[in-house]
Ligand binder design. Sequence first.
Ligand code: FES
Length: 483
Amino acid sequence: MAQLLTLSRAARLVGISRGALQLRMKDGDLPTFEGKIAAADLLRLYPHTRIEQDQELERVTHIKETAFARRVRERILPDAEVLALRVQELGMELVRSQALTEHYREVLARVHSELSSAPALQATRALLERMEFELRRPVPAKIDDDALWAQDSVLRVMTAHVRTQPAGHDFFVEGNDSLLDAGLRAGLALNYGCSDGRCGRCKARLLSGRVKPIGAGDRGLTDAEHHEHDILLCANTAVTDLVIETAEAAGPRDIEVQRSVAVVKNISHPTLDMTLLHLQTRPQQRLRFLAGQFFQLGLPNGSQAQHPGAGCPCDERNLYFHVRRDGVFAQAVFAQLREGQTINIAGPYGEFALDQNSPRAVLFLAYGTGFAPIQGMIEHALALDNAPSLTLYWLAARAADHYLDNLCRSWADALDNFHYTPVTVPADLDPLSDAVQRIVAEYPALQDFDIYAAGPAAFAAAVDEVLATRVFPRAQLRSVVAP
Ligand code: FES
């Protein structure tokens, strides 16, 4: 029987995105069997896959993480107990395979003996000769297959694979991460609250596999829930590959408004008119949101304003905002806000969010500080690893207004499926319409894309106006007026 890999494992082994593999499946280049991929088919498509490519995968993963300006997460091994349990599990698998091989060997020997003592019919003789010939032949060496499976075994000791139901999402658990942290980091919109085992909101049902309690464990569960194989995602890590049943937000309406207090971790000014704010909530006060949504920020002096988050929900406690020197709130940010101060924060608000389940390529169109929510969406899309390609056009009135140009270029350099073009154009309707017209003219099959647009009202109107003249399903356009 062919050895089968899940899509996530296959993508990880050959070092490409899940979206790129999905595209090959859609194009008919890569057959699937109940959603899984045969190792031989994978190697046929990517014949140069070798163990050494793991280093390349590490490099791209590292670039993805640091390119987001996130805190660099220490890569750690699972603790000794989890490692021992995973090795033990692999050992059990080996024992089962050996027992099966021994069983087949005995069956073959019995059949051979019975055929040998059967009446010497011509067909029986031919069958016997064929069997003896096949058994004498050396076992064919499938070097590439074997290397792939050896690499997969190492990965299974280092990381466990988790599949969620009913959404059908995948993620990997590294080190001693809780299932909740690993799932959030993979961009999943999991349900949670306290993050330390008290509220019970991250409850899930374990359908298969083994978990190990961490921290305070499942103290928020009743005996009956334990009996039903319920677990808390924040209080367990994975010992083996898992299948879990859990609730995930399907869209912005599934996430209620929350309130928290965040500390100003960092303030920087990429240009004279721009402030980049990095806020951090307390560990037990993380805010659930989807990339692209807005937050109400309240400064110590009482000024308030809504701004789109520029970070990814996968980035746990860290929230990012881009504030242009414009209006009372922005003036207070520039003149009075200092690192270490606290800000009241409420949210998320709004319907502008990434469609997490879409398999389509994505075209991002941003004007000026409309780049803020788009940045969060790009990071979220990279974490989800679903889209075959991500393309960003960042329009602005002056070249200097591409205030995170280096970040966008570093994504384009590091990631094969990310493309970036800065465009300089005035913020008036006619030139904006012409610019958007020129961009979409590059895409004859525009209906194969999801389009996300963020910027001033004139920009949103220009995008609307241009797309109305094209064959393009309106449901695949999401746009927002961003400050
Ligand atoms: S998030 Fe509260 S118990 Fe897990």
